[in-house]
Design a protein around this ligand. Structure first.
Ligand code: PBE
Length: 281
């Protein structure tokens, strides 16, 4: 086996793609649908036999990705669009010939049973609300820069008054209280706080938000403990949650179209498929 010297340390020379990736896939938190899909990929692909999926978070995974990209080191993460990191680093999805991650998905608004009767105007607003990728990307970048969801959305709303007007319904909610649940993923935070902003500032509702992991969000809304959420990834990512709770939830349809999950690497990583993750160099 050959060796190279870096400073005083002797490092083993990488001989396989798995060596370059350190046999690690950097994940996010365990309740996320993409983690379940990755467990399935680990069981399905022979090329992943030596790999371990590392629990992390959206923020920590993104930081690892940016650090690695600064030094052009190889890294593979559980990734998805919409996500601001695609605007910051040149990234690509690895091909997934076994189809563990599915095709393009929609992100839907789900509400508790009875919500449409209690708040028909909000239900109609959520039913019609649809945000596109450039819009959501700008909000996510604002969140990444400011670290403040509310301020990030306010900045965006100030720059895009026509869009806000187009989404808002011309109704007076008379200060009725609405509670939105969300997960700690930047895309979910962006959509949730944008919806909250419009309901509060344009439609006169009183909105509170509550953060939980994916399981907590589905359970709470299904139980009617909270009203709604705008981060249900369908059909693959949240398939098990929909199987478990779908009957107790009302689906108001997409708020975003063309979402995607998979294994993501920087563009300079010169493999294209999950099948190649155990190749010799
Ligand atoms: N995500 C982002 C979520 C849905 C939104 C892909 C991390 C998940 O895997 O459940």
């Amino acid at each position: 086996m050959g060796s190279i010297f870096i400073g005083c340390e002797e490092e083993e020379e990488a001989e396989t793609v798995a060596d370059l990736f350190d046999r690690e896939i950097i994940g996010i938190e365990p309740g996320a649908g993409i983690m379940g899909a990755t467990e399935e990929a680990l069981e399905t692909y022979d090329s992943l036999a030596e790999y371990e999926l590392i629990d992390s978070s959206d923020a920590a995974m993104s930081a690892s990705l940016i650090d690695a990209a600064d030094d052009e080191e190889w890294i593979v993460v559980t990734g998805w669009t919409p996500h601001w990191k695609f605007g910051t680093v040149d990234l690509k999805f690895l091909e997934d010939p076994e189809d563990c991650y599915g095709e393009a998905e929609t992100i839907n608004a789900l509400v508790r049973e009875g919500f449409e009767d209690d708040h028909p105007d909000v239900a109609e607003f959520l039913d019609e609300f649809l945000i596109d990728d450039p819009e959501l990307s700008e909000i996510m970048l604002n969140i990444d820069e400011t670290g403040d969801d509310i301020e990030a959305v306010e900045m965006w709303a100030e720059d895009n008054p026509d869009k806000i007007d187009e989404w808002a319904l011309d109704v007076d909610g008379e200060g009725e209280e609405i509670e939105l649940a969300y997960m700690d993923w930047i895309c979910a935070r962006g959509k949730t706080y944008l919806v909250a902003h419009i309901l509060e500032n344009e439609m006169n509702y009183e909105v509170s938000t509550i953060q939980a992991d994916a399981g907590g969000v589905y359970t709470d809304v299904a139980a009617g403990d909270t009203d709604a959420f705008v981060a249900s990834w369908q059909p693959v990512t949240h398939e098990t949650y929909i199987e478990d709770y779908g009957d107790e939830l009302v689906d108001l349809g997409p708020v975003y179209e063309g979402a995607k999950i998979g294994l993501v690497v920087p563009e300079y990583v010169d493999i294209d498929s999950i099948d190649e993750m155990d190749q010799d160099l």
